[in-house]
Design a protein around this ligand. Sequence first.
Ligand SMILES: [Zn+2]
Ligand SMILES: [Zn+2]
Length: 766
Amino acid sequence: MATLFDPGGSRGFVRVAVERGVDRYPEGLTYSVPSHLGPLAVGDRVRVPLGRTDTPTPGYVIEMCDAAGLDPARIKPVSERDAVGALPGQLLELARWISNYYCTPIGMTLSTITPAAVKRQVGLVTRTMIDVPAPEGEPVCVAPKQRQVLEVLRSLPPAERPIELRTLAGLAGLRTTGPIRRLLDKGLLTGTRRSVVEASWIEQALDRTIPATLTPGQQQIIGDVARELAAGFSAHLLFGVTGSGKTEVYIRLIEQVVAAGGVAIVLVPEIALTPQTGGRLIGRFPRHRVAVQHSGLTAAQRHQQWAMVADGTADIVLGARSAIFAPVPDGRLGLIVVDEEHDGSYKQDQAPRYHGRDVAVRRAQLAGCPVVLGSATPSIESWFNATVRRSYRLHRLPERVPGLRVPRVIVVDFAAERRRRTDRRVHLIGPTLETATADTLRAGGQVLMLLNRRGYANYIACPDHRCGWLMCCDDCDATMVYHLDRRLPTGGYLQCHHCEAQQRLPRSCPACGRNVTTFGLGTQRVEEELHRKFPELVAGDSMVRVDSDSMHGARDFHSVLGRFATGEIRLLLGTQMIAKGLDFPRIQLVGVINADTAIHLPDFRATERTFQLVSQVAGRCGRGGTPGRVIVQTFQPDAPVIRLAADHDYEGFATGELAERRRCELPPYTRMARIVVRDPDYGRCREAARRLADSLRGLAGGTPSIRVRGPAPCPIARIAGRHRHQVELFANTAAGLQTLLSAARRDGLIRPGAAMAVDVDPIALL
Ligand SMILES: [Zn+2]
Ligand SMILES: [Zn+2]
């Protein structure tokens, strides 16, 4: 790395991107490098004085530079070098791409890439590592305990030496480290101080089952992708129905990569929610180091796992979205796998608003290795890339592995079902689903029931239509949701699902004084109804509700899955958390309470999401040999998306959806960015959005390939007291969109921060 030596006590100059939301061109601030710091390199994390008050601020060296044109007296020196080692060059390059593509300052992007636990160096301790000196001295007469130590140490395989002082004492059966210290004093052992990250053991249920044979389809794909492993970048879409054995394809490819000394990164939507995939992957590589990165780890564990990747000891990295930033040493990355690539959790919902799948493709390009995207219901973007643009190679696994059968999906008309009820109660479970549940429970099977809405009821209203009062959040344009909580004297509380604000349930309508009613559906209400209909199902015992209210972290969820595996839990009820990747042979019935919860949202991806949710949850059924049944309740039994999901016809769905997107000039036929302007004052918000839209139109200069839409209030026009107006940009090509966005950034029109959110390739439009 180029470093200048200046006899005046400085070693040249560097440009540092500080971890703040500073967005400026050219990027970074110039600092001098004092001699005592030694040479700095690109990627080093440092601390620099910032602003008039010289506030110590962390940042990264992004460039070596000279001070041409600057007054040397005004250049401040770098204060110190951070303990976090330099980022690999490829990761720095990836950060630059993210910063440009997703319109986020480079310093903020780099800050996202390094986990907080690493920056804070949680769990870092200094330990004494013991070894025998080489060459070993002549055997000398030592005390029995000291001889024990020497024998234990000599019996260790070379890979396990040097060994930590206290671990060695334990192995030698000693209660103190005295004998080892005396050997050190005599020079019969060597001791070196080393910094290590210590953390408690990460628990993981392992699954070591190796399938007896691969299907011809699996063999074909493994062969096809394996041929590309040494051939630089290539992108593959593995479209395999649920239960077709995609994970086994990943495992076989990873085996080849690690055998050749490479590293594989495997992304899963949220590993805490997909423990079975993790267990299989780790279980199948007992002789390799698998580093995991997910939200269920302690800070020290995260740091430790990250350090394992950085120092090159890990061969496989497994984790959620952010694992794509694993600091794999340059030149070692051999494969990236993105499982369930369609999953919405790959998109980060704060700056930088990156998509883990798209970043994975970019990282594979930089590393020159293949990337495999897998799904039973690929995102429309990936399907487009595979079948229209043909930039991804498409591999199909159209059949379930032998022994697994496709479940039968029955669509029932929810309105007709309700008419069959004679009492005046509200039933969320119609007669068809009720009978099927009774049959399944009687036959000893297990049931999965999906409702993608938590809480008890999402409307609290005045029963008098002429009054029309509806309880809304004070700070958001959204209704409050009623949650039961038996621990409270009132029996429940109201919560806004956008700003988390809580309130008490009013007894009477504030407008006319009538007693309020609650209606609408939520998982708690289904739970109550299930217990009423099936008294043998006891909440928290034989029936468990899984949603973000009832599960407080990965541990809760894992324990529920364990109890479901043993059969203690007969029915699992939950939100989309239960639609992902669960693999239990005794699930004989899957019920979808209401397939329409997403269909009417003002978002062009609503149908895609409905298709994915229904298909994915249906795929949880029939994994034990008998096909099983899926019952989908809907108010729109004839809607094409419901029909196609029931027929397991992804390709039919994707073809129709692509035609529709093309007709409406929507992604993936165009590229989109959404800019949301936020302000507590309505007038200021609207005005700022109008100025932004006008300036962007001016910049686009009437180019027909670029459209600026808006300003308009967002579908949820106010959240947490801030009004929201949006401007949407559409361009015929990604490059066209990028050119416009960079120009807007350079002119200071777009300033990501509290007052403005920029989302490139947005997936949520509310
Ligand atoms: Zn709110
Ligand atoms: Zn009223």
